[in-house]
Design a protein around this ligand. Sequence first.
Ligand code: FES
Length: 117
Amino acid sequence: MTRHVVCRVDELPEGGRRIVDLGGRSIGVFRVDGRYYAVRNVCPHMGAPLCLGTIGGTMLPSEPHTYVYGLENRILRCPWHGYEFDLETGRPPFGTFPLRVRTYPVRVEGEELVVEA
Ligand code: FES
């Protein structure tokens, strides 16, 4: 893994995203609810630019005829076919399918936002 400075911390406001090239890989860096995430910008389903998708929640497992929404701001939804991935783990919520997107460690170092990729 190589250390990459993505930007200054104040250049990625709450709710913001940046899509950057780090060592030849397109990676989306997000700030959501005060946390930072870095996700490979390639959907493992059919290669869409995943990090252009929406961030929100999803339907949770529940009893028949009940609908429970949760995981708000933890789910990245692919813009092409709507597959969902957990921003933290890169896995689909609840193991709904066997695909996973690569995620990377992100940290704040002083005034800089750093991704290990
Ligand atoms: S390419 Fe992402 S869900 Fe199909």
